[in-house]
Structures are given as C-alpha cells and as structure tokens.
Design a protein around this ligand. Structure first.
Ligand code: FPP
Length: 259
C-alpha cells in the first residue's frame, strides 16, 4: 500500500516539526484549508527586490505547505493564486504571475505525482494565456487518479462572478426542465459552483495582516473558521500552518446551533 511517510526525505523535516505534527494529528484535522496568500510584494519591498521576487519566493512556500498538508491528511488545499481583479496589476507582474504555475508545475509535478497529490483548478480558464492553461491541464491530467491531497489552485477566480454564473446555469436548467425551481436547495446550488464535489473549507488562512476576503469563496466560507496572521506569505512556514490548525482545533464550531 502507498505509504506517505516513506517519501519524506529525512532532511526535509526536523524532529521538532515531526513531533508537533504527531500532536496535531491526535485531534481532528480540517478537511479543507483555503489560503489567501498575501504579502509577496511587501516581502520583496522590505528587501529592496522587485515584486516578482516575492512571488517567486511565495511559490516555494506553496511547495512546502502542500507537502505538509498532504502529510497531515488534509483532503483539500485551495490556494488563491490569481484573482479576477489581479489583472489590474502592471503588465510585467501579471505576465510573471501567469508564468508561475508553469514554473511550479514544471519543477514540482514529478514530486506531486510521487506524493499522490491531485491537482485541480477553479477559475476562468478562458482569460488565461495558453501556456498557463496547458501547464495546469497537464498537471490535472497526470494527477487525476491520485488519491491524496487535492491541491486546488484558484486562478483567475472571483467569487461574485462564480455565483452569477451559477445562477445563470440554474436558470438555464430550470428553463430546459432539468431542474425544478422548487427543488433548489443549498446543496443543489453548491453543485453549480466551481467547488462542485469539494467540501466547504473548514479553515481559512490569510497572511500579511489584511483582514478581508477579497472576493474569495464567499458562498463556501459561510461557516468556516478564519485565522489571520501578520506573517507575509514568503515567510509562512510549516509551523505557521500547524499553529493555525491548533487554533482551529481549540475553536468550538456551532454552525449556528448551541453547544
Ligand atoms: C498577493 O500578494 C499574492 C498574489 C496575488 C499572488 C500569489 C501567488 C503566489 C504566492 C505564487 C503562486 C504559486 C503558484 C504555484 C501558482 P501581493 O502581491 O498582493 O502582496 P502585497 O500585498 O504585499 O503587495
């Protein structure tokens, strides 16, 4: 049987981290963690580097956090990599951000395959350059049968647009008789969203001290626990993720009820 612990190269993980992981795994682990990876630009500015250097460093953190999330038996990790609003950034920065999935997957896809990670994407593919979508499509194809962590990239994603599109599809299906208006429930509606088939996030993390959602998963985050940190994304470590999960484990989730 596939044993995830075999593939941890010893040098990759300190014994302190392993002990902390073991402790954390004694309590329920969030099934779905969503992250707004913020602060790349400020990280670079602090070092007098171009903003893209921050994005590049941020990409390395994606690798680290994917590995540990998979080890922790998190089922889904959704990462906000590019929003529908991010097109407003300078052209050179947008071009660089569009190259990152290619670079990331070009370098780490073999590792993701080895680690049984399944790559998915949510967002509007139409707006993305062909080189970006072909890298993502290749990763989706080559990992489609993997059964470990689902690494879900939100790329050219915007939640309001997602909801509007879902409403339009619901209307179309009602018109064509596939769906009866009286049968629309939250569960049915959720099937029309880009997260179809995925559980809602249990934990949302946003780095860099900003306390807002920025048009991210507005429907899906209805009952999610939020954890904000001042740490900039390129400085985010495995220990920060464990800290967020520990806080999550100490929260009482009531889903609107009493306890
Ligand atoms: C927000 O920081 C970050 C982004 C818009 C891009 C996030 C992308 C990555 C972390 C790399 C993605 C990697 C892959 C594999 C696709 P910001 O630029 O807004 O930072 P600032 O608020 O400090 O300016």
């Amino acid at each position: 049987m596939f044993n995830k612990f075999n593939i941890w190269k010893k040098a990759d993980i300190s014994s302190n981290l392993r002990d902390r992981m073991t402790e954390v795994m004694k309590q329920p682990i969030p099934s779905h963690i969503a992250i707004i990876m913020d602060g790349n630009g400020r990280w670079a500015k602090k070092r007098a580097l171009p903003r893209i250097a921050g994005h590049h460093e941020g990409m390395k953190v994606v690798r680290k956090i994917t590995k540990i999330a998979n080890q922790l038996d998190v089922k889904v990790l959704t990462l906000y990599a590019f929003s529908t609003e991010n097109w407003k950034r300078p052209k050179t920065e947008v071009e660089y951000l569009m190259k990152l999935p290619e670079e990331f997957l070009g370098t780490f896809l073999p590792e993701l395959i080895e680690e049984n990670v399944k790559v998915q994407m949510m967002g509007y593919k139409e707006g993305l350059p062909a080189h970006t979508t072909s890298a993502v499509d290749k990763a989706i194809r080559e990992t489609k049968d993997n059964t470990g962590l689902i690494l879900n990239f939100a790329l050219n994603y915007g939640s309001r647009a997602e909801i509007i599109e879902a409403v339009k599809s619901v209307l179309n299906d009602c018109k064509s008789g596939i769906l009866n208006g009286n049968e629309i429930t939250e569960e049915v509606f959720a099937e029309y969203l880009m997260t179809k088939g995925l559980p809602d996030p249990d934990l949302l993390i946003r780095t860099s001290g900003e306390i807002r959602l920025s048009n991210f998963m507005l429907w899906q985050l209805a009952y999610t626990e939020f954890w904000f940190t001042d740490v900039l994304w390129p400085d985010f470590t495995e220990n920060h993720l464990l800290e967020a999960i520990e806080v999550f484990q100490n929260r009482q989730r009531r889903f609107g009820g009493v306890q």
